[in-house]
Design a protein around this ligand. Structure first.
Ligand code: SF4
Length: 213
């Protein structure tokens, strides 16, 4: 990333953070992922139950690896070796966890969060259930507004996620959305958090690095 990209992204992040705060989210900027991760672990006391919403960003910053070593009860429905029934049980346990960690598909400069979800457990847990939600996003997730978020996530993020997850949906072959009816369609719920949901404490950490899709 050039110094000009960095300058531009920091100004975008500043606008998004100001607007997120106005919309009652706790929002903070960290130039480096390691600083955000350090802050996350300061917030999570020993013995906490911590739910994980599948996220390339969290994997990239080393959260997933570290969570498995910490003295916490880590709820990972994607853990290797789980049966579908065990994964499902963990997804439901996450709704009563102390913490839920994930990313957001997009963050708008006017302080909104936009996500698509296949099952709905990830967006569901962001809204109500876990007492504290921490969303970690690279500054590349910032877009102007919801219209731009919808376009970017549908035309860019979703096809790349399908490819990453190895599904057979058409966009995983063509790179374009055809509004498929595939069994593995990942775009079933389109959710905008316009302001912080009433009973959930949400922190949005924006990192000055390119992370996730
Ligand atoms: S609706 Fe189907 S084709 Fe379109 S992005 Fe989602 S999974 Fe891909």
């Amino acid at each position: 990333m050039t110094q000009f990209h960095q300058w531009f992204q920091e100004l975008q992040a500043e606008r998004a953070i100001k607007a997120l705060k106005k919309n009652n989210f706790d929002a903070r900027f960290f130039p480096k992922a390691s600083e955000a991760v350090e802050e996350v672990w300061k917030m999570i006391p020993e013995g906490s139950t911590v739910g994980y919403g599948g996220s390339l960003t969290l994997n990239q910053i080393g959260f997933l690896e570290e969570a498995q070593k910490r003295p916490i009860q880590f709820l990972n429905p994607f853990a290797k070796g789980l049966s579908p029934e065990e994964g499902e049980k963990i997804r439901r346990q996450i709704f009563s966890a102390d913490f839920f960690l994930s990313s957001s598909n997009a963050v708008t400069e006017d302080g909104k969060l936009y996500n698509i979800d296949a099952t709905g457990n990830r967006v569901g847990a962001m809204i109500y259930g876990p007492k504290k939600v921490i969303l970690i996003c690279g500054a590349n997730k910032i877009v102007k507004d919801i219209a731009e978020a919808q376009k970017k996530v549908k035309e860019w993020t979703a096809p790349m996620n399908v490819k990453r997850l190895g599904y057979k949906n058409p966009c995983g072959q063509t790179g374009e959305c055809s509004d498929c009816a595939s069994a593995d369609r990942i775009c079933n719920a389109y959710v905008i958090l316009a302001k912080k949901p009433r009973r959930t404490d949400i922190s949005v950490f924006i990192i000055g690095e390119f992370l996730g899709l």
